[in-house]
Design a protein around this ligand. Sequence first.
Ligand SMILES: CC(C)(COP(=O)(O)OP(=O)(O)OC[C@H]1O[C@@H](n2cnc3c(N)ncnc32)[C@H](O)[C@@H]1OP(=O)(O)O)[C@@H](O)C(=O)NCCC(=O)NCCS
Length: 295
Amino acid sequence: MRLRDLEPGDVDAVVRRVRDALADDHAHNPLISPEIDTATLAASLRATRESCLVAEEGDAIVGHLYGVVLAGSDGRNAWTGPDGWSGASEVASRLREAAHERWRASGVRAHHAWVRDDPTTIAAWLTQGYRVMDVRGLLALGASDEGGLELCRRSDVALALHFDALIDAANDESPPRGRARRTRRQALHELLEDPDTTQYVFERDGMALAQCIAFALEPTRATPLRTLHLSAVAVEPAARRQGLARGLVEAVLIEGASQGFTHAQVTWRPNNEAASHLWRAMGFRPTYAHLVAML
Ligand SMILES: CC(C)(COP(=O)(O)OP(=O)(O)OC[C@H]1O[C@@H](n2cnc3c(N)ncnc32)[C@H](O)[C@@H]1OP(=O)(O)O)[C@@H](O)C(=O)NCCC(=O)NCCS
């Protein structure tokens, strides 16, 4: 097996591999969308200035690995989406090894990848130093027009930061400070300003007890086209285990279905027990795991 950079003549073979990999993911988990615009993918692979490694055996491409390097407040990270890699276990492992070396040399601190959430697929990544950071879950929305709590709509950054801190605590993360806090505030401000985003709040006696921020997902490979993303779901500690999260999310899902969304998506930390229970109890099923390895 030979590893080398993607060349223009490889693009069609890589696009076919991505299409087949998504079809395989869909066969294992029908919530995963096999839809793919092959022309757009081919054009973006041809235009990319990021490196994409391919594995070749004889004349055949037997795997690929593509990571977009993005600068974040924690440094430079390489990101691989569900369509960013392919190959049997041994091939994929060699590609990761080679990519790690390359990224390390150019100052990338970590590799993040979305990998179908099934134990066999993930196992090979875990032996190479990856850990599961988040789980992405999907739910197909049915027609329902009852249930749920009466919600208010807000656009309140301070409130969003307050609930964010509750989520950080539940995820065993220290709250952002200094520049990271300002970046978080700015990101929340931009999110809430977006007309496609709604900050839903449940209030009792003028007190906000629970929150969910919902927005339409941009078309993302492997995710159904009309998917509502739920984020920042949190309940005040004194009001937990009274059905508020369930009632709030139910109300948001009913509204989402009435707006034409067919699916809802959420991500959670697997070590956040309350969140894992909540989402599974509400019918969300894991599709992909977000894996991360420090380089
Ligand atoms: C996760 C959270 C939102 C749940 O809110 P809540 O109002 O207590 O949840 P509900 O009372 O509506 O419970 C909903 C379901 O989750 C389960 N659940 C909630 N908290 C749980 C816990 N600590 N342990 C186990 N299961 C739990 C309930 O049993 C219930 O399932 P059921 O309907 O089958 O009985 C709340 O614990 C919280 O705010 N945590 C901190 C923020 C956070 O982690 N958010 C999640 C981000 S993904």
